[in-house]
Design a binder for this molecule. Structure first.
Ligand code: ATR
Length: 291
């Protein structure tokens, strides 16, 4: 294959030691027989702009953006899809003719993860933990799915307030309740909810003992979703299981946001065997556990 066919992709964020994105995208590139490489770049605060310039100069086809840049990246882009604008966060950038085009594929990923487990949103009361870029995508899917009310907990209250103001304006949904980031407050919200979504990085490898809160003894009517996929079964999810809740781990959402990103970059449609890809990634996750 000639070198001009060798496409470059990357991931910008920090920390990234836990990330499976390079593995996922190498798998997807193989699926479509596209020669290319995907590399995770740990970019510290203040270096985002320089990193983007570098990618443009080097001829990258596209890149993903993760913690903590999904909102900040928006000021650097030439165009932003209407969906990403409504959500207020971008996780995928396509570089076309030296122009930066921003998309959000987290929302599609989250929707897919719920559908795969046959989880319906209409009329549910939800508790969302976190108010970053991922929380914006999740919240926007919850609103579109017809939830009744959303309790929103975030360590930095101002950020929760900003999320609520923006999503209230872009969707018209008004039933938000902002609450503090404390175990008693989260427990109280969880008892009034049937869907609890952790969008924060609490519990992510290597700090696997961290947990936002533990589920009360009986949570049989509750669905607990963790966006963290490394480890696959976080302490948050283990606590949900022992309380009888249904769980959704972060891997399906992770896989689909990646497939959507690769579709945007290459124009190719994917027909991957999801169970096979999941099993392959689970193997990679287990390798982290051994380190
Ligand atoms: P992402 O794009 O993945 O959502 P982000 O925008 O950096 O990443 O948001 C990370 C979320 O995890 C935020 O809600 C963050 O809380 P703050 O807004 O207070 O920073 C939350 N978070 C990260 N580490 C946390 C911790 N140790 N305890 C509580 N919340 C945490």
């Amino acid at each position: 294959m000639p070198d001009s066919d060798n496409k470059l992709f990357g991931l910008l964020g920090h920390p990234l030691r836990h990330s499976l994105s390079p593995h996922l995208h190498r798998f997807l590139l193989r699926e479509i027989q596209q020669s290319g490489c995907y590399h995770a770049f740990e970019i510290g605060e203040g270096k985002l702009e320089a990193a983007i310039e570098g990618m443009k100069t080097l001829g990258f086809t596209g890149f993903n953006v993760t913690v903590p840049y999904k909102e900040r990246i928006m000021t650097q882009l030439d165009e932003i899809s209407s969906e990403a604008q409504r959500i207020g966060a971008v996780n995928t950038v396509h570089i076309e003719n030296n122009r930066l085009l921003g998309y959000n594929t987290d929302a599609a990923g989250f929707t897919f993860a719920l559908q795969r487990k046959n989880i319906h949103l209409a009329k549910r009361v939800a508790t969302v933990l976190g108010a970053g870029g991922a929380a914006r995508a999740v919240t926007s899917v919850l609103i579109q799915g017809g939830v009744q009310k959303i309790y929103l907990h975030n360590r930095t209250l101002l950020r929760a307030e900003r999320l609520v103001t923006q999503l209230r304006d872009s969707t018209g949904f008004k039933k938000f309740v902002i609450r503090e980031w404390s175990e008693p407050a989260i427990t109280e919200s969880s008892m009034a909810s049937t869907l609890i979504v952790n969008t924060t990085s609490v519990g992510m490898w290597p700090k696997v003992q961290a947990v936002p809160f533990c589920f009360p003894a009986d949570a049989k009517d509750v669905t607990a979703v963790d966006l963290v996929y490394n480890p696959l079964e976080t302490r948050f999810l283990r606590s949900a299981i022992s309380s009888g809740a249904q769980i959704v781990d972060g891997l399906d959402m992770f896989i689909l946001q990646g497939i959507e990103a690769m579709r945007i970059w290459t124009g190719k449609h994917f027909n991957v065997n999801l169970n096979q890809l999941r099993a392959w990634l689970v193997n990679k996750i287990e390798e982290y556990g051994q380190n």
